[in-house]
Design a binder for this molecule. Structure first.
Ligand SMILES: O=C(O)c1ccccc1NCC(=O)[C@H](O)[C@H](O)COP(=O)(O)O
Length: 174
């Protein structure tokens, strides 16, 4: 379960992690622009299981330090990339999952083609996650042959009156 904790752009907060922790037994991802080790300690303290690191805003050295800090705290790490350059810069053993964001940050357009293109460049040691712009079961079925096992879906559920119920219905159809 992905919990956006960024307040400025998404209206989230760490209290949302506490609420999610108290409400569900699922692993919780703190979805945040992590730029400081302190945010990783916060994630652990508030009950998250996984942190997101965004390759577009971090150097390779920062990714190494932050992912090793997370692992030392027992957290898993999802590293997000948008292109091959970010992927090649970031691959290292302290990551658990590699996420390809289907949203182009320059145009905000979404296409799962980038997940397909990058899939062959992601070593099998990592869980492959396709992120954003997914709104149908067909899209998942289309991505699975490319090795994707995780799918980050937000708007498709959040725009409904009952996001939890919509997610359950969606999962039943898979
Ligand atoms: O994740 C991004 O790159 C992003 C860029 C601009 C606005 C919002 C963004 N992400 C917010 C989210 O966490 C999304 O809900 C998540 O990536 C899932 O995507 P979607 O299913 O398209 O909502």
């Amino acid at each position: 379960m992905s919990v956006l904790t960024d307040g400025k752009y998404f209206g989230g907060s760490l209290d949302d992690v506490l609420l999610a922790r108290a409400s569900a037994q699922l692993p919780i991802l703190r979805k945040e622009f992590i730029v400081d080790e302190y945010q990783i300690i916060e994630a652990k303290s508030y009950g998250a299981d996984v942190i997101l690191l965004i390759a577009a805003v971090l150097t390779r050295n920062e990714i190494k330090i932050f992912s090793e800090t997370a692992k030392s705290l027992g957290l898993d790490v999802l590293l997000e990339v948008h292109n091959l350059e970010e992927l090649q810069k970031s691959i290292m053993p302290s990551l658990d999952m590699l996420g390809v964001n289907n949203r182009n940050l320059k145009t905000f357009g979404v296409s799962t083609d980038i997940s397909k293109e990058l899939s062959t460049h992601i070593p099998d040691d990592f869980v492959k996650v396709s992120e954003s712009g997914i709104s149908s079961v067909e899209a998942i079925k289309d991505l699975k042959p490319f090795g994707y096992q995780g799918f980050l879906i937000g708007e498709n559920f959040m725009k409904t009156e009952n996001p939890g119920g919509s997610a359950l219905e969606f999962i039943k159809e898979l």
